[in-house]
Every structure is written in C-alpha cells, then in structure tokens.
Design a protein around this ligand. Structure first.
Ligand SMILES: C[S@@+](CC[C@H](N)C(=O)[O-])C[C@H]1O[C@@H](n2cnc3c(N)ncnc32)[C@H](O)[C@@H]1O
Length: 239
C-alpha cells in the first residue's frame, strides 16, 4: 500500500520544487555532504561504482549527477572520455564543470535524457531517487540507456532499523536542518531533504520498482547499518 506523503507536492510540482532547492543550495552542497555524512559519502560512491563492474573503456552514464562526485569516481574507472553526467539544475552543473573540467556534463531530465538507447555499459544514480517525480520512469530510462546485460546501481540514503533507526530519526529531524541552516542559510531546503528520507518508500519497494522497470538480478546492499543502501540490477540479455 502506498503511504501518504503530505509534504511532497502532487505530480508536476515536485520537479520544480526540487529544481528550486538544488539551485539554492548548489554553492554549499559539497561542504554539507561532507559534514552531514562525516566524510563517508566518498567511500559510499566508490562502493557503488565498483558494483557496476566497469573497466577502462567501458561507457557509463551518471544520472542526477549534481556536482559530479560520482561521475568523477566513474571516470577514474573508465577514462574521462567515457562518462557523461546528466542533471537538470544548471547551478549544480556549473559547479560540476568547474570541479571536473575534463568531464562531459549534459543538462537534461533524467527521466527522458534524449541520449541514444543501449549506448552505455552501466548507469548510476546517487542520492536522487527521493527527488524524482517517478522512480519507475527513472529506472526505465536507465534500462533503456544501457546495453543488454549492462548494470545499474543506485546509492540512496535510507532508514536503518532498531536503535540506530531511533537515533537516525533524531538526526534527520533536528541536526540536518540545523547544520543546513548554519552552513548554507537554507534550513528549509535541508528540512525537505531530511523529510524526503523519512517519507520515502522502503528498500524492498524500490527493488520491486526496478523489477517492474525491466531489470533483473536485483540486489539490495545496505551499508553502514542501513544509513545508505545500494540497489543493483542488470538488463536482461536479448531474447
Ligand atoms: C542530492 S543531489 C545528488 C547529486 C549527486 N548524484 C551526488 O551524488 O552528489 C540530487 C540531484 O538530482 C538532480 N535531479 C533531481 N531530479 C532530476 C531529474 N528529473 N532530472 C535530472 N536531475 C534531477 C538534482 O538537480 C540534484 O542535482
């Protein structure tokens, strides 16, 4: 059963809400990422990239690439000319291009990139499932973009269970908006981001959606007690 998500605007409104938030926080996004994850976000990205099974010369697309951190990790594996990052917020892409001038970043909607189908060996998305209007459409686009037997990975902030879950709930409710306000002056934006984690569908529901989007061999890999989760999948072979 779908849980009600009162704070998330109805269809059509979410994309513009998300665009506005990331346009406002782009300048402080990387600093806040490092502070709020205690520096763990980079090892998480490396774990995500490793699961794509890429090598020098593989082609890979990083959807909702933001300021390009995961795109850069992927470029290290495949070579800078073989990776493309896609995001729909120009302010985030501007920072990505400043930080990684050697990489290719394209402004576009991750749900309909317009890039040619079956032109990549792998596709990734990090910390963005909660932000897209339609999670299944995102995975469908990833599946369309990769070749048969190509792999997809999603890295996402999730809710741990048990005692860690209680502590995590308090951090989301109080600490994230406070740190967001102090370091970026955007407490409201960070309240939204914290709420989007608390209210997002379960990791099992994400796996079901990947399946519906046409992917197979789906695996759920929790990291650091479930604070973040990798979802892995593969496009079926032809026939
Ligand atoms: C939390 S940031 C994650 C950025 C990056 N993947 C990272 O690992 O730091 C979410 C990003 O998703 C982008 N985004 C959300 N919905 C999108 C869509 N439909 N098309 C393209 N980008 C989108 C936002 O602009 C933002 O840059």
């Amino acid at each position: 059963m779908t849980r009600p998500r009162p704070e998330i605007p109805p269809s059509g409104g979410k994309a513009s809400l998300v665009r506005g938030i990331f346009a406002r926080i782009a300048g402080r996004y990387d600093l806040l990422n490092s502070l709020l994850s205690l520096g763990l976000h980079q090892p998480w990205r490396r774990r995500a990239a490793a699961h794509l099974g890429l090598h020098q010369g593989s082609r890979v697309v990083d959807l909702c690439c933001g300021t390009g951190d995961l795109t850069a990790v992927l470029a290290h594996q495949v070579g800078p000319e073989n990776v493309v990052g896609v995001d729909f917020v120009p302010e985030m892409l501007e920072r990505a291009r400043l930080r990684h001038p050697e990489l290719r970043f394209v402004e576009g909607d991750a749900l309909a990139t317009g890039l040619p189908g079956e032109s990549f060996d792998g596709a990734s998305v990090a910390f963005a499932l909660r932000n897209v209007e339609d999670v299944e459409a995102l995975f469908r686009e990833m599946a369309r973009l990769i070749r048969p037997e190509g792999r997809v990975v999603s890295l996402e902030l999730t809710r741990p269970s048990g005692l860690l879950g209680c502590l995590h709930g308090l951090v989301l409710r109080w600490l994230v908006p406070l740190v967001g306000r102090l370091f970026s002056g955007q407490g409201g934006a960070y309240r939204y981001l914290a709420r989007s984690i608390a209210e997002f569908i379960s990791v099992e529901e994400v796996a079901d959606i990947m399946h519906q989007a046409g992917l197979e061999d789906i695996r759920i890999v929790p990291l650091n007690g479930g604070i973040v989760t990798l979802h892995l999948g593969r496009k079926p072979a032809h026939g």
